[in-house]
Write a protein that binds this ligand. Structure first.
Ligand code: SAH
Length: 260
């Protein structure tokens, strides 16, 4: 166990984009920070809560630049904490849902630094809510799987066929992060276990003024996403709960098209 006075760092979830979805705890942590290390998908409006004297470092892929290497971010965090700074690592959504929060915690702990975590609303929750539907439903969905469409290099990634069978048998909603670039591969796999008319919602930039979305069915999803020009960052929700969106109900089952 590290001593009680061990230096500390705070990992803060900035939510999906809308600054009003920040928690009060996140606002307090941001206000207290002397150094903020900010990820790509964090809305700049959130930084209005920072002290005017705080140093703000963007470590994402802003302006088309390469993202800062993870090792560099880790080193900068450790050094700043050891120098006595109040360090906040600000991440989009929830810090522990994808986005490598777990790896950063391991690194900080290995350096003798204690980590406090402030949850944020993950994009996967904000996506379907923004269309007025729940991810679970007593009749249609007994659970939710949050899954990434982007495997680590060298990793074979998710077994989409297996996942589709499980989702069908167990009545699970699939919430896919980082799925746009591998959409064809994902759909090919899912269609081997789920019907082609399974409803799907795709929500780009959920909770932000520039949010766009489309409704489709699994068998037509690739086509829908191409036609609408939907891109990352997007959340893809697969399952019967999508029928609960206001737009699906307005359009009816017969013609599921764009809602953006
Ligand atoms: N920690 C983040 C996820 C980081 S992974 C969270 O909890 O939300 C990055 C992926 O999250 C993106 O590729 C996209 O799939 C999703 N994402 C993040 N913000 C989003 C938003 N506002 N709208 C839709 N998807 C978003």
């Amino acid at each position: 166990m590290p001593p009680l006075s061990a230096p500390r760092c705070t990992l803060v979830g900035a939510g999906p984009g809308d600054p009003e979805l920040l928690t009060l705890k996140a606002v307090k942590a941001i206000a207290k920070a002397t150094l903020l290390l900010v990820d790509d998908l964090v809305n700049d409006a959130v930084l209005a809560h920072a002290s005017p004297t705080a140093r703000i470092v963007h470590v994402g892929k802003r302006g088309g630049c390469q993202s800062t290497p993870q090792a560099f971010i880790d080193k900068m965090m450790v050094q700043a904490v050891q120098d006595g700074e109040q360090v906040v690592r600000l991440k989009g959504g929830d810090p522990f849902i994808f986005g490598r929060g777990g790896e950063e915690v391991e690194h900080l702990r290995a350096a003798g630094i204690e980590v406090d975590v402030v949850n944020g609303i993950t994009a996967g929750l904000a996506g379907l809510s923004s269309l007025g539907a729940p991810l679970t439903h007593r009749e249609h969905a007994h659970g939710v799987v949050l899954v990434t469409g982007h495997a680590k290099p060298g990793d074979s990634g998710t077994d989409w066929v297996q996942l589709a069978h499980t989702a069908r048998q167990a009545k699970l909603t699939l919430v896919i992060y980082m799925g746009v670039s591998s959409l064809e591969h994902i759909c090919q796999g899912l269609l081997q276990g789920l019907p082609a008319d399974t409803p799907v919602a795709i929500v780009q930039q959920a909770s932000l003024p520039q949010q766009r979305q489309a409704l489709s069915v699994l068998g037509d999803l690739v086509h829908t996403v191409q036609r609408e020009g939907l891109q990352s960052p997007s959340i893809i929700v697969v399952g019967d709960v999508v029928r609960g969106t206001r737009a699906w109900q307005l359009q009816g089952e017969s013609r599921i098209q764009r809602t953006a």
